[in-house]
Design a protein around this ligand. Structure first.
Ligand SMILES: NC(=O)c1ccc[n+]([C@@H]2O[C@H](COP(=O)([O-])OP(=O)(O)OC[C@H]3O[C@@H](n4cnc5c(N)ncnc54)[C@H](OP(=O)(O)O)[C@@H]3O)[C@@H](O)[C@H]2O)c1
Length: 246
């Protein structure tokens, strides 16, 4: 199902920087009527507010806090597009000895936060004439990278949640997009020594995917290669990523 951005109202979690900020700008630059730009610290949205005026509505949102999610859902009761972008990447695995703590933190934000936010908007989105739920997973959600094993597990959970949502919402007014970026040049990836694509390129491809009704979105140079490899042989990608262990 294709969803035109023009005239739509969206909500983006983690809109103050990185990929979320780029998606917020791309939505507004491509004709969105209004974007509820969510951040834990609304002052961090000041530059976007100055640039976009009333079309950008700053909303305080911490996805680990139930009350904060409830407040955001009641403020933004008229959205057509939900962008589940907020996330953390706490490296962790058994060998580091921090498997449990890192699993907990990655899941609290990336999985529980995303699930609760989606739950808060699920019925509201069905009211829209044409709607979309866009969730940012990762190529690490398709196969585990042992250095970031617990983050990978959280993004695999996002992948599965997206598939479930899509099944629930088949033949409905809601397009369900899963986005699987590779390394992108943001604060999150600052310690990663790999070639990185830009958040702006990710945002451009996410907008195009919504407009074209694409469900599985590989929005950057590396993810396009991984996505093609994954479609051909998930085991080959697992073996490749399993090699990134030191
Ligand atoms: N960069 C990459 O290489 C890459 C690759 C694949 C997938 N991704 C995914 O893309 C998404 C955006 O990441 P990014 O690269 O743009 O990272 P980023 O620059 O670190 O931005 C993360 C965003 O999430 C917000 N956030 C963190 N915890 C939150 C919470 N509890 N409640 C609400 N917001 C919270 C941050 O807000 P604060 O400013 O308040 O911390 C920030 O706005 C994430 O889901 C990430 O996993 C990134």
């Amino acid at each position: 199902m294709k969803v035109s951005i023009n005239g739509k109202t969206a909500l983006v979690s983690g809109a103050n920087r990185g990929i979320g900020k780029a998606i917020t700008e791309a939505l507004l630059d491509n004709g969105a009527k209004k974007v509820y730009a969510c951040a834990r610290n609304v002052a961090s949205l000041n530059d976007l507010s100055t640039k976009y005026g009333d079309r950008l509505v700053p909303v305080e949102l911490d996805v680990t806090k139930d009350e904060s999610i409830a407040n955001a859902a009641s403020t933004a009761s008229d959205i057509d597009i939900l962008v589940n972008n907020a996330g953390v990447m706490v490296p962790g695995n058994f060998a580091y000895g921090n498997m449990l703590e890192s699993m907990k933190t990655n899941f609290e934000v990336n999985v529980w936060g995303l699930t609760k936010l989606t739950d808060a908007f699920f019925n509201k989105l069905k009211i829209s004439e044409s709607a979309a739920i866009v969730s940012i997973s990762s190529v690490a959600g398709l196969a585990n990278m042992p250095l970031i094993s617990t983050y990978s597990a959280s993004k695999a959970a996002v992948h599965s949640i997206v598939q479930g949502l899509r099944g629930e919402l088949r033949d409905s007014n809601v397009l369900v997009c899963g986005v699987y970026p590779g390394p992108i040049d943001t604060e999150m990836a600052k310690g990663i020594e790999m070639e990185k694509d830009t958040p702006e390129n990710v945002a451009k491809n996410v907008i195009q995917a919504i407009e074209d009704g694409v469900e599985d979105v590989f929005p950057d140079v590396m993810s396009k290669q991984v996505g093609a490899g994954y479609m051909a042989s998930p085991k080959a990608v697992e073996t490749q990523f399993g090699g990134f262990s030191s």
